[in-house]
Design a protein around this ligand. Sequence first.
Ligand code: PEP
Ligand code: MG
Length: 315
Amino acid sequence: RKRLANERRLEPAITRDGHPVEIAANIGAAGETPEAVAMGAEGIGLLRTELVFMNHSQAPDQATQEAEYRRVLEALQGRPLVVRTLDVGGDKPLPYWPMPAEENPFLGVRGIRLSLQRPDILETQLRALLASADGRPLRIMFPMVGNIDEWRTAKAMVDRLRVELPVADLQVGIMIEIPSAALIAPVLAQEVDFFSIGTNDLTQYTLAIDRGHPTLSGQADGLHPAVLRLIGMTVEAAHAHGKWVGVCGELAADALAVPMLVGLGVDELSVSARSIALVKARVRELDFAACQRLAQQALMLPGAHEVRAFVGEHC
Ligand code: PEP
Ligand code: MG
């Protein structure tokens, strides 16, 4: 089965009844791009840019960043690149960016909250991104957006910069990884170009379980119906406005989760390069209409255990 999946890794993932699901790769450095493409990635669904910032004693300048982003776009040969702006803070400090200690770093100044406190650093990153595109498909997204003002402030910065640095094929979106963002998705969907659901954090914040907790993290299961409902609401809101939705958290590579995510209407799954062949194979054995029905039924189950048993039985 694994061999067959691997042989078909470069083919698209289409369900038995003809519904396509885009399969992209999550990467943390430009050098991983050629391998991701060789493993069957139809694009990069999440470029985490933290490493670009962590490997330096000071914030990398525009030219340094631009070179990195160009490397990814070149290796993608026309496939789309979804880049997440810097997502640090709290538990992920940077040497040149002093941050006050926080009692609850996961509930503190991280992601877009931190970037908006240092607009100079965000602006340099956005300039590097826009300058690197050269007509190739670039999607920029902001992490940890929890309210509409954060999105509007960040988006306004992109709009100001793109006058000077126009990009022919640009989409700007947000990650959905805070429950408040999923709950106001119908409002956000009017303004963004796309959503990418970060199920690692969305699960953590929905279930109030630290994703790295030594004894509880096993219970932080994104197949909890509460998380599935937030995903379903997000997709519904996006599609009502003609926008697309990806999932870039670990859940996207979970064999029992794939039928649920597909059934809820997720358009793209972004997973580590080594999972691509198997996730594509998983999609090919599914029936989209059946997944839609099963996903709606799963929303009525009481917990993640029940959802896992239910999917195991039916898919
Ligand atoms: C997520 O939260 O699901 C995500 C993809 O982002 P990260 O794991 O980098 O926090
Ligand atoms: Mg996250």
